[in-house]
Unconditional design. Structure first.
Length: 143
């Protein structure tokens, strides 16, 4: 009967549904020498808890005053602000340089297009001038 009760308590323990009294029963059972073979793995778990409970940390821990943390936090915020301003400044310069390059490329394309248009207009103007010359000669010949 006790083994069946222990198995139910182990199942409740795995589901995190045990009370402190039930966990004490499990601890007492698993710290004894006689444990059922199929529950042997739980013996290691509960024996670890018993050993770990007795362990203590003996080294001293140096705690620094909170003022230094606040001071460090203030300097950290100042440094972060400076870094942010610096990155915005550099980013703005790079953005302006990129926009200038883009404008220069667009200006070069527009200039090339206007040169091409000007060349074609000059050709057309010369053709019209030649036509006027032929027309004036034709008018003289007809008179």
């Amino acid at each position: 009967m006790e083994l069946a009760n222990i198995e139910k308590l182990v199942e409740k323990y795995e589901n995190a549904e045990t009370t402190l009294q039930e966990e004490a029963i499990l601890k007492n059972y698993f710290t004894k020498e006689e444990v059922a073979p199929h529950l042997q793995e739980y013996k290691y778990l509960f024996s670890y808890f018993v050993i770990a409970k007795d362990e203590t940390y003996t080294k001293t821990i140096k705690l620094e005053p909170e003022k230094s943390k606040k001071r460090n936090f203030k300097w950290l915020s100042v440094a972060a602000s400076i870094a942010l301003l610096f990155s915005v400044f550099i980013g703005k310069q790079q953005y302006d340089a990129h926009q200038r390059e883009k404008a220069e490329v667009i200006y070069a394309q527009v200039s090339e297009g206007l040169k091409l248009l000007s060349t074609n207009l000059k050709k057309g103007e010369q053709a019209v001038a030649t036509l006027y010359t032929y027309q004036s000669k034709a008018n003289k010949a007809l008179k």
